[in-house]
Ligand binder design. Structure first.
Ligand SMILES: [Zn+2]
Length: 80
C-alpha cells in the first residue's frame, strides 16, 4: 500500500493545514473526498486560530520577535 492510497492521519491533516504535508499526502487529499472534508474543517480551525493570534498578540511576544529580527539583521549586514 503506497502513501497515496492511504487515508491521512489526524497528524498529517494538521501538517497539511500548516502547509507542511509531503507531496504524497497532498496527492491523496486531492483524490479523496473523505480526507478533503476533514482537512477543510481543520484548515478553518487553523485560520480562526491564526486570526485570533493576530488580533490579540501579547506586547511581550511582539517585542521579542522584533528584537530577534533586529539582532539577525545586524549580524547579517556586519562583515559583508
Ligand atoms: Zn483519504
Amino acid at each position: 500500500m503506497s502513501d497515496i492510497d492511504r487515508h491521512l492521519t489526524a497528524e498529517e491533516i494538521e501538517l497539511w493545514a500548516e502547509g507542511l504535508l509531503p507531496a504524497a499526502g497532498a496527492i491523496h487529499l486531492a483524490q479523496c473526498a473523505t480526507c478533503l472534508a476533514t482537512a477543510e474543517r481543520e484548515r478553518q480551525f487553523f485560520l480562526k486560530l491564526a486570526r485570533l493570534e493576530r488580533l490579540a498578540p501579547s506586547d511581550e511576544f511582539t517585542e521579542k520577535v522584533m528584537e530577534g529580527v533586529r539582532i539577525r539583521a545586524g549580524t547579517e549586514s556586519r562583515g559583508r
